[in-house]
Design a protein around this ligand. Sequence first.
Ligand SMILES: [Zn+2]
Ligand SMILES: [Zn+2]
Length: 232
Amino acid sequence: MDGESADIAISLSTTRQGATLMEAEPSFPPLAVRHGSPLGYRSGCRSRGGCPNLHSDHLITCVDAETAWRSDFVLGRKPLDEPIRRDEVDRTRAVRERQASTNRASAKREPHWQRREAQRPVHGSASGYLKGCRRPEECPGGIDGVTCSEARNAARRRAARARGVPTRPLPVDTSPAVAKIQLLREAGWSLREIGRVASVGHTTITNIAAGTTTAIWPATLARILRVSAPEC
Ligand SMILES: [Zn+2]
Ligand SMILES: [Zn+2]
């Protein structure tokens, strides 16, 4: 025993048998500090070689007890003066290693950006589109039924407006055009003539007159209304 560990009140348990004896005869004086506990380390048993538990199968040295007590959550709840058994340390180490291997296995299974819930595409958003949801027919849609593609288009329109890009005009109702075409036809115009004078496609004029088309661009409506016939 060196001078350091002699500071500890017990120097009995020099062997495995000693440790057993120590526990079997608690009355042995003065048993104030037991080796293999954090308190043993704090009382001065600060080298592994100097601790009588060095070769014990059941107990660990005071140095190791201090380390285990500090590093393990469960062992850290034990009283400072209670010796830590070797099997307790082995058990916590086994638990730690099992957890570590589980973490490694799940890390292999899928990349971290897929594991993170927040990174999954939120359908019905422009970010969903950017994360790969590009086909409207495959998108389940957001809470209001908007697909990722629609959300992206809306976001791009908003961004363009913010940059000062003029917005595309919305289609307008064909009713005024239908009325005008009706008047022109009553005046003897053919649909082909109306289309040619208005610079509007014959098919478009036909569809408007037939009611197949119910919305046209404002510019188209304006061109049709501009067609001049003295009678109109
Ligand atoms: Zn010790
Ligand atoms: Zn989507």
